[in-house]
Design a protein around this ligand. Structure first.
Ligand code: MRU
Length: 328
């Protein structure tokens, strides 16, 4: 894999600081729980599976600092971002080991290895869907940066391309923080995968004029009935896909499924600072007196999903609960 979002080395969590891409590939060494929490909160590390793995290593660092109990460290990391359920799965994997006197680092490594392996399996499970699809639209960044390696939405595209598919990717820029244009386009450019960045509000035009053959996105939390939360703007892309008869796929490892949540209506949606909307590249873009709203995610009803691409294969929304129970 050309891109790797984070790794643990010599007592530190090393992250590729995603706030600085694509201008700079800057590695940051984090040695404390507070540093990891801040990196997650400020999106230096982001994307549901990467957040979970970073938090797992944050628990490892906390166990070495000598000032936290496992429960307190879990609480502090769990307060960083509310929507991605992976965060809580990553924390819990290490909290349990630490509380039981087992090796926290071994637990975090095992959690990370599982995520990477599951994302690779998503790639092989999903690639056949794109064998003869040409133009694929994706939203936000669900690539290697968001998952440590491979990606979720990007994994099937990577594998399909390795197998000779001729793919072209429409990359939603993904306002307000531009995860599409800054991060997805960067990943695709690294691998010379043909793509074009489009303004978020241009997607309808490309659907309407028959230039989108399929959509694939990642997720931050998937309920048992197949409703799912993902980056703000995903819902409208799902409605556009439905309206235009375009298949809409959601790719995710098991850590993104919330086995205890019956439906998506109760998924907590993170609301971030209004400053992210009122400025662009550090410059104000609205009058000083104006306020903004900034929900970071929306919830898409299962009826808009053609299928989920999971590590165990392609699953229809109606079969999510059964697949989840089998994977548990
Ligand atoms: O706010 P972000 O950048 O962490 O949001 C990320 C997304 O919404 C991704 O699509 C999602 O986490 C899936 S990543 C494989």
């Amino acid at each position: 894999m050309a891109v790797r979002a984070l790794w643990f080395s010599r007592g530190a969590l090393v992250i590729l600081d995603q706030r600085e891409l694509p201008q700079r590939t800057h590695l940051r060494r984090l040695t404390t729980l507070a540093g990891v929490a801040d990196a997650i909160r400020t999106l230096a590390v982001r994307g549901a599976p990467s957040i979970g793995v970073a938090a797992a290593y944050g628990m490892v660092l906390a166990s070495r600092e000598g000032r936290y109990t496992p429960a307190r460290a879990a609480r502090l990391l769990g307060a960083t971002r509310p929507t991605a359920v992976d965060l809580f799965h990553g924390i819990e994997a290490v909290r349990r080991a630490w509380a039981d006197g087992a090796d926290p680092l071994a637990a975090a490594d095992a959690y990370k290895d599982r995520i990477v392996e599951e994302c690779h399996r998503i790639g092989t499970a999903g690639a056949p869907l794109f064998r003869s699809t040409r133009r694929v639209l994706t939203h936000c960044n669900a690539g290697a940066l968001a998952t440590v390696e491979w990606g979720t939405a990007l994994a099937p595209l990577r594998v399909a391309r390795q197998r000779g598919a001729h793919l072209f990717v429409w990359v939603d820029e993904t306002r307000p923080l531009l995860q599409g244009s800054r991060l997805t386009a960067w990943e695709l450019a690294q691998e010379r995968i043909p793509h074009a960045v489009i303004a978020d509000n241009a997607a309808g035009h490309f659907f309407r004029t028959g230039q989108v053959d399929a959509v694939i996105v990642g997720a931050d939390r998937i309920a048992r009935n197949g409703d799912f939360a993902n980056k703000i703007g995903t819902y409208e892309k799902a409605v556009l896909a439905h309206e235009n008869g375009v298949p809409f796929y959601v790719a995710a490892p098991w850590s993104t499924f919330d086995a205890r949540r019956a439906r998506g209506t109760s998924i907590p949606v993170e609301e971030r600072s209004e400053d992210e909307v009122l400025a662009f590249a550090g410059r104000p873009t609205a009058p000083r007196q104006s306020h903004a709203r900034n929900p970071a995610f929306d919830v898409t009803p299962a009826r808009y999903v053609t299928a989920f691409v999971t590590p165990s294969g392609v699953v229809r929304p109606r079969a999510v609960a059964r697949a989840l129970d089998r994977a548990a």
